[in-house]
Design a binder for this molecule. Sequence first.
Ligand SMILES: Cc1cc2nc3c(=O)[nH]c(=O)nc-3n(C[C@H](O)[C@H](O)[C@H](O)COP(=O)(O)OP(=O)(O)OC[C@H]3O[C@@H](n4cnc5c(N)ncnc54)[C@H](O)[C@@H]3O)c2cc1C
Length: 562
Amino acid sequence: ARLVENFPDVNVCVLEAGENVTHEPDLVIPGFAFKNLGQPRLDWGFMSTPQEYAKGRSIYIPRGKALGGTSMINLMTMGRAHKHEYDAFAALGSPGWDWNGLVDYFRASETFAPSEEEKSKLNVAFNKTAHGTSGPIQRTLPQWISDVQGPFTQGMQSLGVAWNNDATSGNNVGLCTSYHSIDSHGARSSSASAYYEPNEHKANLTVVTGARATRILFDESKDSSGNLVASGVEYLKDGELHTASAQLEVLLCAGTIQTPQILELSGIGEKKILEACGVALKVELPGVGNNLQDHFWSPFVTETDTKYESVEIMSDPARAAREWKIYEESKKGMLSGTCSTLYAFLPKNNFMDSVPKTGHSSMNPSLHAVQKEWLAADDIPFLEVALFPGCLPVPGLKPEPGKSYCSVFLALTHSFSSGSIHITSSDPLAAPAIDYRLLDNEVDLDILVHAIKFARKLGTTTSLSSVFTQEIVPGPSVQTDEEIKEFIRSSIDTVFHPIGTAAMLPREKGGVVNSSLKVYGTSNLRVVDASIIPIHLSAHVQATVYAIAEKAAAIIAHDHQL
Ligand SMILES: Cc1cc2nc3c(=O)[nH]c(=O)nc-3n(C[C@H](O)[C@H](O)[C@H](O)COP(=O)(O)OP(=O)(O)OC[C@H]3O[C@@H](n4cnc5c(N)ncnc54)[C@H](O)[C@@H]3O)c2cc1C
């Protein structure tokens, strides 16, 4: 979109496998967000391979299939990690990608202009230099707050977790209100509504929906430095193969799962993987598809005093109708958001009394070393603790009518397991094999055991002990560390934030793209999506992906002297 609007002489063609669903009510109305998951029309619905250390379970991995990608089906939280985590991008070999090199792009991507009344109600204040006031994505504060939020805040504070009134200015440590990609009219602000729509009628933009890219095409001859030159993209539409030619560049933005798949189908990847699938090797790049990282969560669910309403009340038709009326008339109420409005990011000293040993790790050694340092640090969060005023989805658990629930969402922000995504055949329509190697490092279990214990302690604080009336999950029968570990192995799940499979790292460290996001061994093929993030962040990912895309547009303009 930035190239289209800033450079009328540059023609941009977007190939998107999904359709344009930008204004469908279930996608626009924030309170309906959960309805879209698992619908094949909107969600690729990947499954991982059976995870050995998680009871052999296959993990469901939703991914948006639509113009706007996963920003059409995500849960709209807009967070940023600690500035030191972005600084690691640069320290790992990508100059210009530290916090200072990214903050202008975070700003460029968003409009964030809460009123004085909202700020004072939610106890927030903002460092203006870190926030945008005229960018495409609309970021707002929650319009509905659960009654449990007050006692939960006090409970967290009594355990030493400080309130952070400006958690997206480079220091995300502590408890804060969540921010969302929702506009002031209560509608989802997605990359389709915010970036595509203002440019949709521009003469230099062509968008082909229902177009599934099958491989990148290259010129027969290489450039003078021996690099492949991308000449276009082959794609399937309505059962027929087509070609889109590229004169300047090909930008691969298929996300963490399909970007490595398309690279491998195009002959870029590890020799033995491509050979096994009968794909001719064009660039030997063993990093492709490796370094898969994600955030993983375990549930803590309690029954609450019924004077505290939980989201389950929406199953009462009369109450749902009332909420609908509130939303229609004022864009407030439970449908104006996802009901998750408060979270905390905790470094080790907030929830662990000692630093667990990291042991052997499947991680890239350079990244492992960074994470080990972070685990011992006082400022890098390893745990997200979020309040959800309702029963989180736990297999086998069905909320009972008439009861109220509250959950504490406990997510590991820096897992020490590192997985992979690879093709298993040359068929572009076959899903790749996705192996998280979930919990292959005991340290992740140790951290999550501390997390469950923290949630239990939180439930016994003076402010929450009369709110949380009975622990349902893990439940009273789960007491010893080994029992808690068993519970985690049975219940751990993804937070839907996969990254890293086309990592921006030096080639010798397993990198796939350089700091200009160019794929090694090519002259004009770049990757611009979450797959380039080399090491995971203590933040939900979308705000960072928008900043990456903004920076990519600036790099491309600079490289071509546009
Ligand atoms: C259920 C869910 C909830 C989430 N909630 C949050 C949240 O609250 N906050 C947050 O920050 N993040 C959240 N995320 C994560 C966040 O939305 C993603 O990290 C982010 O959107 C990734 O952007 P991307 O550009 O890398 O990939 P995507 O947005 O996934 O874009 C990839 C695009 O490529 C298309 N594509 C793939 N293969 C092909 C092909 N072969 N041919 C043509 N097109 C193709 C896809 O259809 C898609 O449109 C959530 C994710 C999910 C699934």
